[in-house]
Design a protein around this ligand. Structure first.
Ligand SMILES: [Zn+2]
Length: 144
């Protein structure tokens, strides 16, 4: 059963009524009104501090959710259109490449990023492939 997660407010919704998945348009978040939801094949419970970054098939940032600023110091406008690994100076890009190439999720990657202030910060990174035609990757960042 598909699970949808709002990249902004982290609200999960399960597509029990079949309404959300069959819309011509990406479903909106019923909780915060964010423009689209990200579909996951299996359920996922983000931490309260987790921040999501939505990327396109080239790993460029499309949208940034709540919590990312607190973790990284970057606002959405700083990140939009940039390569996510470059923008955050992720310490290892292999997990991201795996997700993009193989369409599998990677959980619990212990990486480091560089905050806007130039500090190195250890983070736990979960990565999810998009299942729609456009591809893309959802990056979940949590402090560790
Ligand atoms: Zn929401």
């Amino acid at each position: 059963m598909p699970v949808y997660i709002c990249p902004n407010c982290r609200e999960r919704s399960i597509d029990t009524d079949g309404v959300e998945g069959f819309s011509m348009h990406a479903p909106q978040c019923r909780s915060c009104g964010f423009g689209f939801l990200f579909q996951l094949l299996e359920d996922y419970y983000p931490a309260p501090s987790t921040g999501f970054v939505v990327c396109d098939q080239d790993a460029r940032v499309l949208a940034v959710g709540r919590g990312v600023f607190e973790l990284t110091g970057y606002r959405e406008t700083d990140l939009i259109g940039r390569d996510v690994a470059d923008a955050l100076a992720l310490s290892d890009t292999a997990p991201l490449q795996l997700v993009r190439e193989w369409g599998v999720r990677r959980l619990g990657e212990q990486l480091e990023l560089r905050t806007r202030a130039g500090l190195t910060k250890p983070v736990l990174v979960d990565l999810f492939p998009a299942y729609d035609d456009d591809g893309g990757v959802l990056v979940a960042l949590s402090s560790r």
